[in-house]
Unconditional design. Structure first.
Lengths: 304, 304
């Protein structure tokens, strides 16, 4: 099952020629989720050969322009290109007001259903669950209401070990119980544990997108041992006061969150336009948390 | 006196990698006017080394996304980059509602004054006059209210021909009258015509931006003999019915307007994304109006 994220933009507030504002595509088994949609996201999709028709869900973290100003253009392009399939949009309630106002002034009626899911910003909520993947919000602390998103594979029914079932002569009528994790008890009262009768499951994978936020250890319990954490690292540590004042994080702070949460991998993003070379940010994160990378536009990161 | 226009984008509704939506910069003697501001305009400014700080006036033709969706990002970047100088914005009244709503949700107070000038869409109006340059709107016919913009150099005071003034011994007290175009009458009642005492003025130059519009001969009288006309040419003539239905023009129709108005030069733009090669549009315009060019991103056209 594919589980990967492709970065379309990982810059911060003011775009640069080669650093677009926030946007990324999460692919879970060919289900595509667009996370944030800064100005120029549809151009980036063209550049990296991603067909916007594939997207069924768009998640917007907050209403600062670098996270949503590409949305109206994308919605419009989807419409002009003949989309009829419904599109699910998740964001702060005012997002839909902005879209509706812009549809009205341009005298546009969408040919597809735009299903809006308003997000709370005071407590985490499950916003998507298809039985295999669950998405919940992560409450962040930024200058305005802002949520991150946590994607988790769900526990699936266990796969039966047919050889073992035959060996222990388990009746077919018990197979469902065993798929659901129950042990089997023989006529003679002997218990055969579930793990003997099933194939070990792969570890459940998970991905969290946390941008924008100040340093916020409150998020650690929710992110415990996730596979990949994308955390904003707008500034380096010499600008820690500026980070505090603007409700952003330094690269070292992002690494500290990763360390506390014992995540497997950390991906830094949302870089300030002031950094022409990002190595400074990477170098300050490494001593705190070794399994760290800088997000790169156009690059795909496998969650494994 | 510089008078030139630089194209930042000349695509139509759906952006392409190398064809951004409408945006252009008019430079009149180092006074900079941004005309339309499609998504990605600020990126294009970076690409073509144009400093957004120079812009004092932004003119938005209408509220279809490909003409204004880059505006909110640009306004925000100007603010983040420390602008304090006022910015004048011209557009349909609802434009300011859209901006105000987005400033509000992002909890942004601009550090500079954004002075909004709502435009009428039913009759032409003079929207700018600094004594040397005058801008009036051109009423276009599109699916929603839409105005073009006509930039005209104004008649200036005449330059005195000092040699001639000395030759005819004109008293200094009459110089102002002569600058204003009056003849001089000698004591003996002899009239010396103004053109003998002044240096011939250069022809007054003019530029019109007409996008988006259906074929509209109504605009011809206002555009009579202007220097450069930018006219939309969304489609080729095989798609004339589609042009009609969507209130756009074909290249041949743009050329016909240029011919009727006897303009000096025609610049075609607002090309549909369907044309990978634009030569088709140029070739159908040439037989109707010879002095025609295709707009090219990043290219500057001198108005002379």
């Amino acid at each position: 099952m594919t589980f990967e994220v492709t970065i379309l933009g990982c810059g911060s507030a003011t775009p640069q020629i080669n650093r677009f504002p926030s946007a990324q595509i999460l692919n879970y088994h060919e289900r595509f989720f667009l996370i944030d949609c800064g100005e120029g996201t549809q151009i980036q999709m063209l550049r990296y050969n991603f067909k916007h028709q594939k997207i069924k869900h768009i998640l917007i973290s907050h209403l600062h322009g670098d996270h949503y100003l590409g949305l109206m253009g994308l919605i419009s392009t989807m419409n002009l290109n003949g989309r009829t399939e419904e599109l699910h949009l998740y964001g702060q309630p005012e997002l839909m007001d902005i879209i509706e106002m812009q549809l009205k002034v341009s005298s546009t009626t969408l040919r597809y259903a735009l299903v809006f899911h308003p997000l709370q910003h005071f407590q985490s909520q499950i916003i998507y669950d298809d039985g295999e993947l669950e998405i919940s919000t992560v409450i962040l602390s930024h200058r305005i209401p802002c949520t991150g998103f946590l994607f988790r594979e769900k526990k699936r029914l266990k796969n039966l070990d047919i050889k073992a079932l035959k060996k222990y002569k388990i009746p077919i009528s018990f197979y469902n119980d065993i798929k659901n994790g129950l042990p089997y008890v023989t006529d003679k009262g002997k218990t055969i544990e579930n793990n003997i009768l099933t194939i070990p499951q792969k570890t459940l994978r998970s991905y969290a997108y946390c941008s924008d936020t100040c340093y916020l250890p409150d998020m650690v319990p929710q992110l415990k041992q996730i596979t990949l954490l994308y955390h904003e690292a707008t500034f380096d540590s010499t600008l820690i006061e500026r980070a505090k004042a603007t409700f952003h994080s330094t690269a070292a702070q992002a690494a500290s969150i990763a360390k506390q949460a014992q995540v497997k991998q950390l991906l830094l993003g949302h870089f300030s336009a002031r950094y022409k070379n990002l190595d400074l940010l990477l170098q300050e994160a490494i001593p705190v948390f070794k399994q760290v990378q800088l997000a790169e536009e156009g690059k795909t990161y496998v969650i494994e």
